[in-house]
Ligand binder design. Structure first.
Ligand SMILES: Cc1ncc(COP(=O)(O)O)c(C=O)c1O
Length: 451
């Protein structure tokens, strides 16, 4: 268990990788001289590879909520494959696992989000949401409501439409995006504009700007407002008090559907099953993926409010679905994963124990000379980094987060570097001593940031 690759095998893999593998979100010219890292095994919060043992402070990509190597999920997947490896849910048919998961999600999702449409990723779940919004608006006699309102720093996926929803220039510029009809309102990212001391007032200004944008575009042309209640990949942006309530109110005022993208926040990370429930957002659609299966196998779900689902069911043929929509193996993995989260009370534990401890340890960095701001809730957090001389010396393209994450990795923990910040999102099974261990690596890493 956890054996290292031999140097010869590692070199062989790196050679094949250089010759034949284009990686996602990777600068190949920077990676090829040294070669890719190869992760070979995982258990709990730890990963093993040629670098040795690493504490995974990002849960893969914000998704491995129950930690690595869970036998219960392996057994459920194995059982399902032996019994029925695959059958679609097209054409009046389905499988037991898909029905059980739809029923379970329909009962646990907040408010009247009673129906699940399955897919294979967060991008597909958002893309599915976009098509449902279009069809619903057409069925309601409002075919002109095709525009979609999202925000700067949003991350909703990488397909043409979901990358258009995403508000990050590096995800759009290389592809000539966004497509027409995707609107971006300001994000309540107070630190980015030097307003962290009056974040609440800044949040209200963002709501007022969004209102202006809606008025300028014409409310009757906008189908939906889609937002992550806490923005994740854009930099762990925690909304100031009153901001989300203001955005929800705007959507109601203009009869715009409200969609909560809970791909990261769903299934416990912030100390609740869903932020929509904790913050009473009453979304019309809710987007799920990642923690649904803890990343063991791919799966996404678009939760649909009852009145919209009823309109779709009465609206004739629902001409949407992927070959693997409701895949029984993914559904079996999701059910076993949800059993673990419930049985081990990972949501309650994050809320009452590990989340508060993690936030306390994170905030101990507040006085560090290389740290500009700390943000977070539950088991998610961010640390803005500053160069020598302080924040006034910060220049575009410094990428202190990328630099910092590399230093932390060489000290034994994986964290995410985003622009000039570090992001943290460990598996929910992390213990208090492991949180100490992770932040000890972070401290050793950022102590060397200015070297
Ligand atoms: C909030 C949010 N929505 C959607 C996505 C896209 O999910 P996927 O990468 O599974 O397509 C992500 C991925 O990080 C996400 O964080």
């Amino acid at each position: 268990m956890h054996e290292k690759l031999s140097p010869a095998r590692l070199e062989e893999l790196r050679k094949m990788d250089r010759a034949h593998h284009l990686h996602p979100f990777t600068d190949h010219a920077a990676m090829h001289p040294t070669g890719t890292h190869v992760i070979t095994s995982g258990e709990g919060v730890y990963l093993y590879g040629e670098e040795g043992k690493l504490l995974d402070g990002l849960a893969g990509l914000w998704c491995v909520n129950v930690g690595y190597g869970r036998k219960e999920i392996a057994d459920a997947v194995s059982r399902q494959i032996r019994e029925l490896s695959y059958y679609p849910s097209f054409f009046n048919t389905t499988t037991e696992a898909a029905v059980l998961l739809a029923d379970r999600l329909g009962r646990m999702a907040p408010g009247n989000l009673k129906y699940a449409v399955f897919s294979n990723s967060g991008s597909e779940a958002n893309e599915t949401g976009l098509k449902i919004i279009r069809q619903y608006q057409i069925l309601k006699g409002k075919p002109n409501r095709t525009k979609i309102l999202t925000r700067n720093y949003a991350y909703h996926g990488v397909t043409l439409a979901t990358a258009s929803m995403t508000g990050l220039p590096n995800c759009q510029q290389p592809f000539g995006l966004p497509l027409p009809g995707f609107l971006h309102a300001p994000a309540p990212y107070a630190y980015a504009v030097g307003r962290e001391k009056d974040a609440e007032a800044y949040g209200q200004e963002c709501v007022a700007e969004t209102k202006k944008l809606i008025e300028k575009e014409g409310p009757d042309t906008i189908g939906a407002m889609i937002l992550e209640p806490v923005q994740g990949a854009g930099g762990v942006i925690i909304p100031p008090a009153g901001y989300l309530a203001g955005m929800r109110k705007l959507a109601r005022e203009y009869d715009i559907l409200f969609v909560a993208d809970e791909v990261i926040s769903g299934f416990g990370r912030m100390g609740c099953w869903f932020l929509s429930e904790m913050w009473d957002l009453q979304p019309d659609l809710m987007i799920l993926a990642k923690g649904l299966t803890s990343g063991y196998v791919p799966m996404g779900a678009t939760m649909v409010a009852q009145p919209i689902a009823e309109a779709l069911m009465k609206g004739g043929y629902f001409a949407h679905g992927f070959t693997y929509t409701g895949h029984p193996v993914s559904a079996a993995a999701a059910l076993a994963n949800l059993d673990i989260i419930e049985k081990e009370k990972l949501v309650e534990r994050t809320k009452d124990k590990t989340g508060p401890y993690f936030q306390k340890k994170l905030r101990e960095f507040a006085g560090h000379p290389a740290v500009g701001e700390i943000r977070g809730m539950g088991l998610i957090g961010a640390m803005e980094l500053v160069p020598k001389g302080g924040r006034k010396e910060l220049k575009p393209g410094m990428n202190l987060g990328i630099l910092g994450a590399a230093k932390v990795r060489s000290e034994g923990a994986i964290v995410r570097g985003i622009r000039d910040l570090l992001a943290f999102s460990p598996p929910l099974v992390i213990t208090e001593p492991q949180i100490d261990e992770m932040f000890a690596s972070v401290r050793r890493g950022i102590d060397k940031l200015w070297d």
